[in-house]
Design a protein. Structure first.
Length: 138
């Protein structure tokens, strides 16, 4: 009986069988690493998706609050008597006074710029009337 077992062990350790076993073990390890890498990649993509959606929600909130902050500005300016007078008459003194008023409104509301356009689309007054990048009469 011992001789039979010895023969089987010797048969298992033959160079061809050893090479085949190493090749199978290498293949199994390769598959495990490959599938583990895919699982890790999938997990990281999911984590990035979650983070991206959270950031998108935060950015949407910031944009919504910025829009909400200034959404009433056109209505308020349209009801302003000085704006209506400058649009109706177009006197230089009214426009200059409106420019200063727009500048003051921007300081209070922390807006970057405010413009009043006439029916032709020309800027007749602007909060940055005295600045480098002003668009009056354009």
């Amino acid at each position: 009986m011992r001789e039979k077992i010895g023969l089987n062990i010797q048969g298992l350790l033959s160079p061809k069988r050893s090479a085949l076993m190493y090749l199978c073990a290498f293949f199994v390890v390769f598959l495990l690493i490959w599938k583990g890498g895919e699982a890790l990649r999938h997990q990281q993509i999911k984590a990035l998706e979650v983070d991206s959606f959270e950031q998108l929600g935060q950015l949407a909130s910031v944009l919504e609050s910025a829009i909400a902050k200034y959404q009433h500005m056109p209505t308020l300016l349209a009801s302003n008597d000085r704006v209506r007078k400058a649009l109706r008459d177009g006197f230089e003194s009214d426009i200059h006074q409106l420019n200063r008023e727009l500048e003051q409104i921007n300081r209070i509301t922390e807006a970057s710029d405010s413009y009043i356009l006439n029916a032709d689309g020309l800027t007749i007054a602007a909060s940055n009337y005295a600045g480098y990048k002003q668009f009056c009469r354009q």
